[in-house]
Design a protein. Structure first.
Length: 526
């Protein structure tokens, strides 16, 4: 097992990176001027994804130092341990089992095949109108209850690949405690034709179990005592599901070694499988596997996930850029920023290294974003002319999911906006250029764009199950590689627990009352 003990700030590569930072960054316009073929040289391919890194602040010296860092921290060794099932989650003594779930049928363990087959059988019966509810009516709707990884990944897949949905089957998602959200998810549905899928690895998640109680009441109002037959549990704790009366054939296993934010390829993806179909879900897994294999097989200089992790490290830990904006120019990827928030911030939001000591460099950028031209009209002003330098991930799709002339025309405009924004951020506009546009002198300061703002562009040919799987797995492997550079554990999330436990104590009335609680109770009328 790889164990890194040397503090990062004492390594030769870190010292080299600090020296390069203090020497001063070469501006992006100058990098392009000195490297006429930069756009081609600084791009990398993984599967069907083409990734343009040319608008990031690195030259050959910076890249060489980053590659040496990856070698010193044995990033490739850690990625290999992750994919081969060694214990990499050291605080919990577990492997990271998510990549095992993406193996081909020939490679997969028998328990993985069994769960996948059960998922496919149920999803196919629902889509074909052959799965009957307690009253004999066919199931026509699935409502997924889950939060965090039990919600974000599956809802992303279902939304992104909505063009593959079965029109007669409704799949909806509800994640929170607010009953308004659940009411919206159940609105217009009939209990007799609805299945509720409760996703919780521990089956103790307050948000999910509270929503399940409310959903079960709704089912009971419609079909009486048979309501529990319309509930499916996706969990690593089958006994807790059985204790609620959920039948054995309605329980789907999630391995304990699979973290929530990495769990879309597990039974947590059941609702997504219903939405897109079992064969398409298999293609999603195959796309993920393509990237998993490249992440451990390609040398660092050609390895998309590792190169992107190195640039993340350079931006956040060395240059002090505290956030990353993710902007997909495709409506189908509108939920991607939210999924990546959990993936990255729960994995990299750590302050202690593998040896239990505080990390000596900054970790974990804030991930945020929005989709395409909506984002341009929301927060791009800050990206272009704000005082902070915020790296951006642009994601584009070359061909639309809808095959007609107007769809291609609109998609061409989306891609034109993506390319223009990437160049505008990188190259800006000077006083001289504005003067030639006839701008009055007193307005020049307002019309200047400093440029030199970094971005990465990820381009896929079209949004398919395979390319979506590749994109998700690229960010997963990128996150794990970044954690290896930082010598932190990307697979635990102890920071989530304190607030959850305190909320339980407050709700039970055993926590001291704060002024906030007293004011809430006064407003509530209790």
């Amino acid at each position: 097992m790889v164990v890194v003990s040397q503090p990062l700030s004492t390594t030769p590569s870190w010292q080299a990176l600090i020296k390069l930072r203090e020497t001063g960054l070469v501006r992006l316009p100058e990098l392009f001027a000195s490297e006429p073929d930069r756009a081609a040289r600084r791009a990398v391919q993984v599967g069907d994804l083409w990734i343009d890194l040319s608008r990031q602040h690195f030259d050959s010296d910076v890249l060489d130092a980053l590659v040496r860092l990856a070698e010193e921290r044995d990033v490739m060794g850690f990625l290999t341990q992750t994919i081969t099932g060694e214990v990499v989650n050291r605080t919990e003594g577990l492997p990271a089992g998510h990549q095992t779930l993406r193996l081909s049928r020939e490679e997969s363990p028998t328990d993985v095949i069994a769960t996948r087959d059960r998922m496919a059988d149920l999803a196919s019966r629902i889509r074909a109108g052959e799965e009957m509810g307690a009253t004999g009516a066919p199931i026509r709707a699935v409502v997924n209850l889950g939060i965090g990884g039990s919600h974000l990944g599956p809802s992303l897949v279902a939304d992104a690949l909505n063009h593959l949905s079965q029109p007669e089957v409704t799949v909806r998602f509800s994640s929170g405690l607010d009953t308004v959200e659940l009411s919206k998810a159940l609105h217009g549905l009939e209990p007799a034709t609805t299945l509720v899928v409760a996703c919780s690895k521990s089956f103790t998640t307050v948000e999910t179990l509270t929503a399940l109680d409310n959903a079960t009441d709704w089912l009971t109002d419609g079909i009486g005592g048979a309501a529990i037959n319309h509930v499916i549990a996706v969990t690593a704790e089958a006994d807790r599901a059985r204790a609620l009366g959920i039948a054995e054939d309605r329980i789907f296993d999630v391995p304990e070694s699979v973290g929530g934010r990495f769990s879309v390829s597990s039974a947590t993806g059941l609702s997504a499988m219903v939405a897109i179909g079992a064969d398409n879900f298999t293609e999603l897994l195959a796309g993920m596997r393509t990237v998993d294999l490249q992440a451990v097989a390609s040398p660092v200089t050609e390895n998309a996930a590792v190169l992107m992790a190195l640039i993340d490290f350079w931006n956040r830990s060395v240059l002090g850029r505290t956030s990353l904006a993710v902007v997909p120019y495709a409506h189908g990827l509108r939920l991607l920023p939210a999924h990546l928030q959990q993936l990255s911030m729960e994995s990299l939001g750590k302050r202690v290294t593998s040896n239990g000591l505080p990390t000596d460099v900054p970790t974990g950028a804030v991930i945020w974003g929005g989709s395409g031209t909506d984002a341009q009209h929301a927060f791009f002003q800050l990206l272009h002319q704000g005082t902070d330098v915020i790296p951006v991930d642009f994601i584009g799709v070359a061909r639309p999911s809808i095959d007609n002339r107007s769809a291609y025309r609109s998609n061409d405009l989306l891609m034109a906006n993506l390319a223009a924004q990437a160049d505008a951020l990188a190259f800006g506009r000077s006083n001289e250029k504005e003067t030639t546009h006839g701008v009055e002198e007193q307005l020049l300061a307002y019309r200047v764009f400093p440029g030199d703002r970094p971005s990465t562009a990820i381009l896929m040919p079209e949004l398919t199950p395979s390319t979506l799987g590749q994109l998700i797995a690229l960010y997963e492997n990128r996150t794990v590689a970044n954690a290896s550079l930082l010598d932190i554990n990307p697979f635990d999330q102890w920071g989530v627990e304190l607030g959850k436990q305190m909320a339980v104590d407050v709700a039970a009335g055993i926590a001291p009352k704060s002024e906030l609680l007293r004011r809430f109770q006064a407003l509530r009328g209790s």
